[in-house]
Design a protein around this ligand. Structure first.
Ligand SMILES: [Zn+2]
Length: 239
């Protein structure tokens, strides 16, 4: 089992939006960046990592009504766009949960990571103490097998509501396999985009990753070719 981690700066002030809509040719490089890390790593991932089974999500920590409604909405949007069977379990301690979301309970999150064998260094502790959102994903073979998310709190009610949405969309996108950040795309995964929800690009990325023509373990080059072939046939969702 291995894991990878994504530091997320959803709390940071967004600087600027880049609102262009790439055509199909422009989507494949974004897919390459977000799924394989081609824009961020010297050596991008060589294969597809995604879920290959229904995903059960448990919520722990401060389960406020607004937080839970927000979580359910994001899961429904992922289900609709991917398509991937992903749904909330009513039991916070559900032993069969695949993804656990820790709302505003950094200690419980760090404790969980420690018990699962993930490295918890001082910079991560400090980021979580400061309320930054975070996620970590475990894989077995080429399948995503488990994920744990931290959603911070704080700020004014309006700020907290926006940050909650940004964190849930951003971290859950990571948890289902959109692992990296695009450098120049209007996406919830772009730290420079002022958006607090999925954009058309995010929905297209989910549709490509969970297309029947793509599977976990597929080689990067084959997946990029498949993505280029699928794109013209995807439904055109509104922005
Ligand atoms: Zn991130």
């Amino acid at each position: 089992m291995s894991f990878r981690t994504a530091a997320c700066l959803a709390a940071a002030l967004a600087a600027a939006a880049c609102g262009h809509h790439p055509d199909d040719a422009g989507m494949v490089p974004i897919f390459d960046q977000v799924v394989f890390g081609s824009g961020n790593l010297d050596t991008p991932l060589g294969t597809v990592y995604r879920w290959e089974r229904p995903v059960r999500v448990a919520a722990r920590g401060k389960r406020k009504a607004g937080s839970m409604a927000g979580l359910e909405r994001v899961l429904a949007e992922i289900s609709g766009a991917a398509p991937l069977a992903i749904a909330l379990t009513p039991t916070p301690q559900d032993a069969a949960a695949d993804i656990i979301v820790f709302f505003e309970d950094g200690e419980a999150y760090l404790d969980y990571l420690s018990r699962r064998g993930a490295r918890v260094n001082e910079s991560r502790r400090a980021a979580i103490a400061a309320g930054y959102c975070w996620s970590i994903t475990w894989t077995v073979g080429h399948e995503i097998d488990e994920a744990a998310l931290f959603v911070g709190g704080g700020g004014t009610p309006a700020e907290a509501a926006k940050r909650l949405r940004q964190c849930l969309y951003h971290e859950l996108a990571h948890a289902v396999g959109l692992a990296y950040h695009p450098s120049d795309a209007f996406s919830i995964l772009n730290h420079e985009s002022v958006t607090a929800r999925f954009t058309r690009i995010d929905r297209v990325l989910l549709a490509l990753l969970y297309s029947g023509s793509v599977s976990s373990g597929m080689k990067r080059a084959d997946a990029l070719r498949a993505a280029a072939k699928i794109l013209p046939n995807l439904p055109r969702p509104k922005e």
